[in-house]
Every structure is written in C-alpha cells, then in structure tokens.
Design a protein around this ligand. Structure first.
Ligand code: 13P
Length: 251
C-alpha cells in the first residue's frame, strides 16, 4: 500500500503574514496523526515562517524548485543545500512552469532529482504534455522522455522515495482538469515504466495527478488505481479547500 501524498504548491502567492494565517488554520484542521503525507510548498520568502510554523507538526514542507549546485552564480535561485539547511523535506523538480518560463530541461531536472535524493529530500518530479503534444498524439512520448532523462541517474535502491507528479500542462491553472480516464491511462503508463526501470521498487513510487484539482473533482482522481495523491495549485491557496482535497485521498 502506498501512503497518499497531497501537496499544496502555492506558486508565487501568499505574503509571510498570509502564510502564517494559512498554516495556523490548516493546523486546526489536520489531526495529530493524519493517514497521509501532507506537504506545503511555499514561495521562497515564506520558507522560514513555514519552517517555524510546521516544526513538530504532522505537515511537511518543501521548496518549489532548487538548483543542484551547492552554491554559485545563479542570481535569484535557491540551492538544494540551502533549503535543506532550513529543514525542507521535499522539492519540486521540473514543474512545467519552470520548464516553460525558465528553460529548465530534462538534463537539469535529472541533476535536481539526484541532488535532492543525495540530500535526503524527496523530489516531486513533474511530467506532462502540452495541448499541442496531446493533440498530436505524442503525450506518452513526451512523458516517457521526461522519465527517461529525468530519472537517468537514479539507482533502484534510492528510487522508492521519489514522487512523480503527472501534470498535463493544459490542465494547469485553466480550471479544466484532465478526464479521469486520461489521468488513469497516463498514470498506468508511468507505473509500467517505473516497474520496468526500477523493478519492485517501482511499485512503491507514488504518482500524483495535478492540474485544476478542486474539492469537487479530487475524489475522481484520487480513487484511481495508480494515482496516490495530488499536487494542487489554485485550490490549495485556501487551507479549508486544501484539507478537503486531502481528505478525498484517504476515503
Ligand atoms: P492548478 O491546481 O492551479 O491547476 O495548478 C496545478 C499545479 O501546477 C500544481 O503544481
């Protein structure tokens, strides 16, 4: 049995004060020993406050991205080493917005995933096709290449800690989620790929769906056989809505 994992990707939202109020409310909602992994991914300015608010709580936090190099001339960036120092447990690697807006390619993503694992962070590696790629019928080719290159440096014995987020680009922030059958098909293909690449460990890797997940549609994704959780953007910006989604993962 894979433990469900639901993560809130705040993207570039919430000031420090808003983050603190959010986490205060979320901690009122979440029981002491929730039956799933809950992860909050704040923007950089709220990391410190998040780390403080969530210390000794059942909610983990992570970074929305982190460079693999320990230090260096990367203006505006954070390194895996820096977010580890603050107590991060997770890091998103290769979110489609970073691939599109900041030219992150599969090779960089592969170095990020490796650096995360070496620093005991759980990488949440995002894969997913654009609308053009889906229309052209190349959605699985795109996903397969992202997996092939992104996980090329990973050994079987470290692979079970990885989380894969299937996020079709056209479903992100659009309000139009994938059809559950499409998510099911892609998650199934990802699961098969993971099994071929990592053997029995591939069965332990958790797969999330992301893209316009909301309280009223979460259940239909979270009940799919190969979907073990959700990576939520817009609907995670409100703590009550995020917790509603999380509860759908354990029903
Ligand atoms: P939305 O839930 O806003 O579509 O964003 C999904 C996402 O990109 C999570 O990483």
């Amino acid at each position: 049995m894979r433990r469900p994992i639901v993560a809130a990707n705040w993207k570039m939202h919430h000031t420090v004060g808003e983050a603190q109020r959010y986490l205060h409310r979320l901690l009122e909602l979440v029981p002491a020993d929730p039956p799933l992994d809950l992860v909050v991914l704040p923007s950089a300015t709220s990391i410190q406050a998040t780390a403080q608010s969530l210390a000794q709580t059942p909610i983990a936090w992570g970074a929305q991205s982190a460079r693999p190099e320990p230090e260096g001339p990367f203006t505006g960036e954070l390194s895996v080493r820096q977010v580890c120092e603050l107590g991060a447990s997770y890091v998103i690697c290769g979110h489609s917005e970073r691939r599109a807006l900041f030219n992150e390619d599969d090779k960089l993503v592969s170095r990020m995933v490796k650096a995360a694992l070496e620093s005991d962070l759980v990488p949440i590696m995002c894969v997913g096709e654009s609308l053009e790629q889906r229309r052209a019928g190349t959605d699985w080719q795109v996903g397969e290449k992202q997996l092939d290159v992104g996980l090329s440096q990973i050994e079987e014995q470290e692979s079970a800690r990885i989380v894969i987020a299937y996020e079709p680009v056209w479903a992100i922030g659009t309000g139009v989620a994938a059809q559950p059958e499409d998510a099911q098909q892609m998650a199934g293909r990802i699961r098969t790929w993971l099994g071929n690449r990592f053997g029995a460990s591939g069965e332990r890797i958790r797969i999330q769906y992301g893209g316009s997940v909301k309280p009223d549609n979460a259940q239909q994704f979270l009940e799919l056989a190969n979907v073990d959780g959700a990576l939520v953007g817009g609907a995670s910006l409100d703590p009550d809505s995020f917790w509603q989604i999380a509860q759908a993962a354990v029903r």
